[in-house]
Design a protein around this ligand. Structure first.
Ligand code: GLU
Length: 495
């Protein structure tokens, strides 16, 4: 490792899935590492044993892989500074605590939860607010503390925050110069009664032991940073550079939450958004390339991403823009990539399994031109292409029937009979252009404008008036099935 190599980390707690905010943090760290030729490290912060699950870890890893955020060190691949699960690093926290005890910077605190709660309540009532731990055990003599520990009295370990410390300052890459008065910092807990390190303690030990150079994380951690700096100082460690990311808000200006809809990355995957789009879109929530470019492919992001273009203003998660971007990326796909992504969705379509159509990659490629220009999300596919799998029967949309088939002056029966004459004539080859042109010509001869001729056929074959292109669809189906559907509509409405 060269000494000035950038090393950043994404450090999710597996107490839930990968959320939009976490994904954005991961993207920024990853893109920054790539742009700097540095390393992107993934660390699982699983010290909350009650709320952390292996299942959540797996879901987070899966979501990161789906987004294409490859880590250089971390779970599954290991690395020089592992292990990458906090619960496997307990010895390192013990060593650090021991160092602090030795230097007199940590002390055991025997105050019980009940005692602390009572103090908090009293302070809230009588002093207009709780200013943090009052330091009761800070003043115990070394002998007294030792005696109580040996007697097995439960205790936590606290940091002895220096009383005469100047304000804690750091230069945040996003927020600029930050200053926190030290006298309001209470003696924070480093290790709990059960021996587990607190978040602030573990994160400092890990970031230091893993040689993290830049800590890039959500601004909900901004108030933790001065506390972490106190721990770095007590341990005599170098403090990394910090960059705190702006909050992501929903369209109503409130912090993005479940109320706004999907917040978990895999919900977006399941709704048919492309991973490249999610990366591009989330990258722009708080960062910009030049203030105007919206389509930023992965390779540009990994070359150009910089911390100094992160905005400190909160940003709005705009679903309309996300949809627009997904459609734009889809239109830009080549047939092969489109077909690969679309195939699982095509297979989900009702009737696809039992149909005579062989639903394979070639079928996916054949319907690509019918859909690619008009899509926003891949999850639209099953509804849009159901009619391919209906064989000889059609499910008619009532509104389309009324508007196209039964409306005064529609002359739908004439249009359908013209279609029958062309489609049943086996001397006409089953290719879209000749079929379409013949039907159109006969319609014109009968005085039917293209819309009047094509719309009834569309409803009879595809069930509604907004299907993908008609004759391109027809030729992908069996001749006898198409004929049967038109005949069925003729019999039902025009016999
Ligand atoms: N495990 C913490 C979280 O998920 C990480 C915070 C940090 O990056 O320091 O919020």
């Amino acid at each position: 490792m060269s000494n000035n190599q950038v090393r950043v980390r994404f450090a999710p707690s597996p107490t839930g899935m990968l959320h939009i905010g976490g994904a954005r943090t991961a993207i920024y760290n990853w893109a920054f590492a790539r742009a700097q030729g540095g390393k992107f490290i993934l660390r699982i912060e699983d010290t909350d044993r009650e709320r952390s699950t292996d299942e959540n870890t797996q879901i987070i890893l899966r979501a990161l892989k789906w987004l294409g955020l490859d880590w250089d060190e971390g779970p599954e691949i290991g690395g020089e500074f592992g292990p990458y699960f906090q619960t496997e690093r307990m010895q390192t926290y013990k060593d650090a605590l021991y160092k602090l005890i030795e230097s007199g910077d940590a002390y055991p605190c025997f105050c019980t939860k009940e005692e602390l709660d009572a103090k908090r309540e009293k302070a809230n009532k009588e002093q207009g607010g709780y200013a943090g731990y009052d330091g009761t055990c800070r003043h115990l003599s070394a002998e007294e503390a030792k005696r109580r520990i040996e007697a097995g009295q439960p205790h936590v370990w606290r940091l002895k925050v220096p009383k005469d410390h100047a304000p804690i300052t750091f230069d945040d890459e996003v927020y600029g110069h930050m200053e926190f008065p030290c006298d309001v910092m209470d003696d924070l807990i480093l290790v709990r009664t059960d021996g587990m390190p607190t978040y602030n303690f573990a994160v400092v030990c890990d970031d230091s032991n893993m040689r993290i150079t830049h800590v890039v994380r959500g601004d909900d951690h901004l108030s933790n940073t001065p506390r972490q700096i106190l721990i770095y100082e007590a341990l005599g460690l170098e403090v990394p550079t910090f960059a705190h990311l702006p909050m992501i808000l929903g369209s109503d200006g409130k912090k993005l939450s479940k109320r706004h809809g999907a917040t978990n990355v895999e919900e977006y995957r399941d709704a048919g958004y492309l991973p490249d789009v999610m990366v591009n879109f989330l990258a722009l929530l708080g960062w910009s390339l030049d203030g105007e470019t919206t389509i930023i492919p992965r390779d540009v992001l990994t070359q150009k991403f910089s911390l100094n273009r992160i905005n400190k203003k909160d940003c709005i998660f705009d679903e309309t823009k996300l949809d627009w971007m997904n459609g734009a990326y889809i239109r830009d796909m080549d047939v092969d990539s489109w077909a690969n992504v679309a195939l699982p969705w095509i297979k989900k379509t009702e009737g696809a399994k039992t149909s005579h159509i062989n639903v394979d990659i070639d079928f996916a490629k054949s319907i690509c031109p019918l859909l690619i220009e008009r899509m926003v999300r891949f999850n639209e596919i099953p509804k849009k292409i159901e009619y391919f799998f209906w064989d000889d029967s059609v499910v008619l949309d009532e509104k389309s029937v009324n508007k196209v088939l039964l409306k005064e002056g529609a002359r739908a029966d004439e249009a359908l009979r013209i279609a029958m004459s062309v489609l049943t004539d086996e001397s006409n080859s089953w290719e879209f252009e000749p079929l379409q042109e013949k039907v159109k010509a006969l319609g014109e001869k009968a005085g039917l404008k293209p819309k009047l001729i094509f719309q009834p056929i569309r409803v009879a074959v595809c069930g509604n008036m907004v299907s993908p292109p008609l004759f391109e669809s027809i030729v992908l189906m069996k001749r006898e099935d198409v004929i049967a559907r038109i005949q069925f509509v003729l019999d039902k409405f025009f016999a």
